[in-house]
Design a protein around this ligand. Structure first.
Ligand code: SAM
Length: 254
């Protein structure tokens, strides 16, 4: 057995009960097209490929990719040996696909942004993530976990917390707990729309100084009077403003 590569975030799922829980949750329909990020040794992949018409798996590890090709006798199963960050789904899929991945935790943020970039091509996305990172994506305001990535994630998707997974379910055993989260894209929104572009700027400035009042942090781009007009308390800290209020601020700047 090849040694797990820590640099590639390889913690393989070994608990069939968790795989079943995942499959039960995503409830694949035979007509679904699935895209799996980081299939590894195929714990989720094997189940998926036997239940749906088409599965594409993107794995950066050459050795694991080669082993997965043995599954290719399953109809419509394809392995792409490359980084998901270099994978352009629009070159392959003409219909919307469902995305799933037990992610390499060191790449969670870039993979989330990769997902946002191609959101219009996805029916939904399901990711297994480090618990602390997942909590940032689903946080509500007035919470220490609420930050820039929370706002962008919840502008573009409705995240749905599914379940917690213990370190014992993986080999090698990670030091952290994991969560499984479903992201439902919000129709009509895109990372490139004018609000999303402003939102990234506004949240970048607001969260530079987490202890500073937003009226002060944002004064170069929006006046405190304008914030008052929008009904936003200028004395708030950045984590106290709701996603909707960040959207309101961004809308006022277009
Ligand atoms: N899905 C498998 C499972 O649940 O057992 C493996 C999950 S493991 C946490 C993460 C997987 O992502 C590894 O197989 C690793 O080689 C792969 N990986 C790491 N970086 C990647 C990248 N940039 N693109 C695609 N796959 C990557």
């Amino acid at each position: 057995m090849p040694k797990a590569k820590k640099s590639l975030g390889q913690n393989f799922l070994i608990d069939p009960a968790v795989t079943n829980q995942i499959l039960q949750f995503i409830n694949p329909d035979s007509k679904d097209i699935f895209l799996e990020i980081g299939p590894g040794k195929g714990a989720i992949t094997k189940q998926l490929a036997s239940r749906v018409d088409t599965t594409h798996a993107v794995e950066i590890d050459e050795e694991l990719s080669y082993k997965l090709t043995k599954l290719e006798d399953k109809k419509n199963f394809y392995v792409h040996n490359k980084s998901i960050l270099d994978f352009d789904p629009t070159e392959i899929f003409t219909n919307k696909v469902r995305v799933i991945g037990n992610l390499p935790y060191n790449l969670s943020t870039p993979i989330m942004f990769w997902g946002f970039k191609y959101l219009a091509n996805f029916c939904d996305m399901h990711f297994m993530l480090q618990k602390e990172f997942g909590e940032r994506l689903i946080a509500k305001n007035d919470n220490k976990d609420f930050g820039r990535i929370t706002v962008i994630t919840q502008y573009l998707t409705e995240p749905e917390y599914c379940f917690l997974i213990s370190p014992e379910s993986f080999s090698p055993k990670p030091k952290v707990e994991s969560v499984f989260i479903k992201f439902n894209p919000i129709v009509g929104r895109s990372i490139n729309d004018p609000i999303a572009i402003r939102l990234q700027e506004v949240t970048r400035i607001a969260f530079i100084h987490k202890r500073k009042m937003v009226g002060k942090s944002l004064e170069k781009i929006i006046s405190t009077e304008k914030l008052d007009d929008l009904g936003i308390d200028r004395k708030c800290r950045p984590e106290n403003i709701s996603v909707e209020d960040y959207v309101k601020i961004s809308g006022a700047l277009i």
